[in-house]
Design a protein around this ligand. Structure first.
Ligand SMILES: [Zn+2]
Length: 105
């Protein structure tokens, strides 16, 4: 599957498994809602283990295919995505995000 198609597929599965809510159990906020006659999406696919070296939760033993896979994705709102990817904190280890993912989907 081409990467763009895979990304779209991963997003669709994660957003629907999470019930279109942020997977952070402290928030569980809806990630889309009405905006005029259309809708606004504030949800994003976050990587539990990140792709880039130097990023939070980077693990050099994992393959790029795994890191980009459905298993390594979690559905979060933009605020929680920014929080967990903040390089200045280690408050959000991969184990915690895995727990959120299991509870949230
Ligand atoms: Zn959130």
């Amino acid at each position: 599957m081409a990467r763009a198609k895979q990304k779209e597929f991963t997003k669709e599965i994660l957003v629907n498994r999470a019930g279109n809510r942020c997977s952070n159990p402290e928030y569980l906020a809806p990630t889309s809602g009405a905006a005029g006659k259309s809708f606004l999406n504030v949800g994003e696919v976050a990587h539990i283990y990140v792709v880039s070296e130097g990023g939070p939760r980077f693990d050099s033993t994992l393959s790029e295919d795994y890191v980009r896979s459905l298993d390594n994705g979690i559905w979060l709102c933009k605020i929680c995505h920014a929080k967990v990817d903040n390089k200045r904190t280690d408050e959000y280890p991969a184990e915690l995000l895995m727990e959120w993912k299991i509870k949230g989907s």
